[in-house]
Design a protein. Structure first.
Length: 176
């Protein structure tokens, strides 16, 4: 089942952090370099992530957290930001480690694309790290195409040379 979250009150914090647990752990060195207790560092990263969603991301009109729920568990999530009419930026596609290789990332992307089709013509852009073959395959399976050898972060307004620029366009070939 697709869960569409546009306000923080709809966030199940623990279920969402379970999806992003691996990334949050990986991000402790960047966000909490002086914290020696790994569990405290992860909690601080989680608190920062949730604060970002509550006070930054979800307060902007058109921003959405999308979650795929399977048998009551949140298994995969991503965020979309509405950049302008018909242009969306996708980020943070992730699947819980214990739910990977079951097609949940592809299922989530496909359901988000179906939901966006209801709004009319659109472009959905993303950056995928050049070394992230699994994510690249998932995007391509869902109809994304590599449009640039260098990604572009629409939220930061800057190029990302370590990633490919990907795009899904609906209808195919249309200007959005």
């Amino acid at each position: 089942m697709l869960v569409r979250i546009t306000d923080y009150g709809s966030v199940d914090e623990r279920k969402l952090m379970d999806i992003y647990g691996e990334s949050n752990s990986d991000n402790t060195a960047f966000f909490c370099p002086d914290e020696t207790d790994p569990e405290k560092a992860v909690r601080k990263v989680e608190e920062g992530f949730l604060d970002f969603l509550k006070n930054g991301f979800l307060v902007r009109p058109g921003n959405t957290v999308w979650v795929l729920e399977e048998n009551g568990a949140w298994v995969s999530a991503l965020r979309t930001s509405r950049i302008s009419d018909g242009l969306y930026y996708l980020e943070a596609l992730e699947t819980r480690p214990d739910s990977r290789r079951a097609g949940y990332g592809s299922a989530l992307l496909s359901e988000v694309i179906s939901a966006l089709k209801e709004t009319g013509a659109f472009r959905l852009c993303d950056c995928v790290g050049k070394g992230n073959a699994a994510s690249l395959r998932t995007h391509e399976k869902c109809g994304f195409e590599i449009i640039s050898e260098e990604g572009y972060d629409y939220l930061e307004g800057e190029p990302d040379p370590g990633s490919f620029g990907l795009e899904y366009r609906y209808p195919h070939g249309a200007d959005a």
